[in-house]
Ligand binder design. Structure first.
Ligand code: PPS
Length: 295
């Protein structure tokens, strides 16, 4: 790893009008040309929406419930992050080049930036979405601990940037709507974090059906237990604690922070909530996509 100042907090760079982490932006051309295998499974999310949770669930499904097999590598090796890049660490593309294919792949790209080959090859895709208020809060803490992001500023300032789409991977509103709009045209399972919190076993069963994997009650229960927030926070192969602190500093805020629906209530002032709701109505006008901000 290079000295910390070389990794730390460069300004975002616009790619196709979307603000991106500098290092990710620098390799985007290579990412755009990535060739998917028809049987690769893509896990797509706006950041902080339950990517790691869904990834762990899918990995254990693929490994037919074997916890031992899941424990061999950290989640970012078991489910490579397509557009990932930081100095002196293998990029997502480099990891994928060495990975046995077909495989599981993570992305945060908005649909218009996804390498075309995923849709051309009709790959199965699981999209996980989470309500905007909890995403904004989770992202604010993540910006602080993951030093590839610029300084988030105060909560008030960050919330404004979030509403303006001036954060890494751009507008939450456009991201969730973009993926929602194509869900029926392709093989896309669109999940909600709040549904997973409400009834993890039901959602795991849904994922297994989508993946055409036989589900039985015991296996579903086992997966739900292994992927609970409590278990995953303590699981060194899922909690991102193996990333050097010059990149992710868990003493500022742990990656596995709270894992609940509705934490936004502890952060939004009444005035912020009113302003956010008004802006939300405008940005989400006309969509059939509906989120729950509490369960
Ligand atoms: S990332 O960096 O975008 O890939 O992050 P992502 O994994 O999408 O989101 C991180 C948030 O998800 C919470 N999380 C969970 N919640 C419930 N159950 C489980 N098992 C779980 N695993 C991760 C994590 O705590 C982050 O949310 P916050 O609100 O910050 O706690």
């Amino acid at each position: 790893m290079k000295p910390e100042q070389e990794v730390a907090r460069p300004p975002l760079i616009s790619v196709k009008g979307i603000p991106m982490i500098k290092y990710f932006a620098e390799i985007y051309d290579e990412v755009e040309g990535f060739q998917a295998h028809p049987d690769d499974l893509l896990i797509s999310t706006y950041p902080k929406s339950g990517t790691t949770w869904v990834s762990e669930i899918v990995d254990i499904i693929y490994k037919e419930g074997s916890l031992e097999k899941c424990r061999v590598e950290p989640i970012y090796m078991r489910v490579p992050f397509l557009e990932f890049a930081v100095p002196d660490v293998p990029t997502g593309i480099e990891v994928l080049k060495k990975a046995p294919r077909p495989c599981l792949i993570k992305t945060h790209l908005p649909v218009q930036m996804l390498p075309k080959s995923f849709l051309e090859k009709n790959c199965k895709i699981i999209y996980a979405a989470r309500n905007a208020k909890d995403v904004a809060v989770s992202y604010y803490y993540f910006y602080q601990m993951a030093k590839v992001h610029p300084e988030p500023g105060t909560w008030e300032e960050f919330l404004e940037k979030f509403m303006d789409g001036n954060v890494s991977f751009g507008s939450w509103y456009d991201h969730v709507k973009g993926w929602w709009d194509i869900r029926k045209k392709y093989r896309i399972l669109y999940l909600f974090y709040e549904d997973m919190k409400e009834d993890p076993q039901r959602e795991i069963q849904k994922i297994m059906e989508f993946l055409e994997r036989p589900a039985n009650e015991n296996l579903v229960k086992k997966i739900a237990q292994h992927t609970s927030f409590k278990e995953m926070s303590q699981n060194q192969m899922a909690n991102y604690r193996s990333i050097p602190s010059s990149v992710m500093d868990h003493t500022i805020s742990p990656f596995m922070r709270k894992g609940v629906a509705g934490d936004w209530k502890n952060h939004f002032t009444v005035a912020q909530n009113e302003r956010f709701n008004e802006n939300y109505k405008m940005q989400m006008e006309g969509t059939t996509l509906h989120f729950r901000t509490e369960i």
